[in-house]
Design a protein around this ligand. Sequence first.
Ligand code: CA
Length: 229
Amino acid sequence: MNQVLIVEDDPFLLSSLTQLLEANNFTVTGANNAKDGFTHIAEQCPDLLILDLGLPDEDGVSLCRRIRMKWTFPILMLTSRSDLLDKIIGLEVGADDYMTKPFEPRELLARIRACLRRTTEYKPEESDAEQIRSGPLVLDLKQRSATIDEQKIALTALEFRLLHYFAVNAGRVLEREQLFESVWGYDDEFNSNSLDVFVYRLRSKLERASGRKAIHTLRGFGYRFGFED
Ligand code: CA
C-alpha cells in the first residue's frame, strides 16, 4: 500500500482528501503546517507528498525546495491560485505535478497514480545495460544516479527519466510531443509548460556540473542532446 503524506492547512480539505485516498487504498498521514510535514518526512519518507502551496508557517515553494535537497519522492502541489507563474515556480523547485483548487477527485487520483507509476514502475528500456555514458555524463541505471566528471548530480525521479531518455537518444532530434509522451507517459494532453520547465531545470543542472551545454533547443520543434566539446 502506498504511503501518502498530505500537508494542507485547510482542515476540511485535509479530511476530505484523507477520506478519498483511504477509500482508494492509500495509507494517509496528514500535517497542517510545514514544520510538522517536514518532521514527518524525516521520520518516515512517504511514497508521495501532496503539498499545499499556501501554508501558515512556510511557503510551499520553500518547503519543496528544502525537501528536494534530500529526497526524490514525487511531490504533487496544490494551489488555490490560478496564476501560471506559481505553477512554474512549483515545478522549478522540484514538484512533479500540480493541481489548482477546486479540483475533481477523480482527476487528483489519476495524477497521483501517474506520479507513482513514473517512479515505481520505471524500468530502463535496455535491461542488461547497467550504465549509459555520454560525454562526461554517466548514468547508473541500477542505482538511478547520475554523475558528471565523477560528481553526483541530484535529480528527481522524473528528471532522471528525462535525462535517461536524452542520453539513450543522444545526437538525435527529439520532437517535443514525442519526448513528452515517452517520458511522462501521460494518458492526457501534452503539457507544454511542464515540459519546458523540466528541460530548463535539467539543462541548468547539467551545465552547472559540466560547464558545457548539453541540451540544445531546436526552436518550435524540439531538442537534441549531446555535450559540446
Ligand atoms: Ca492553504
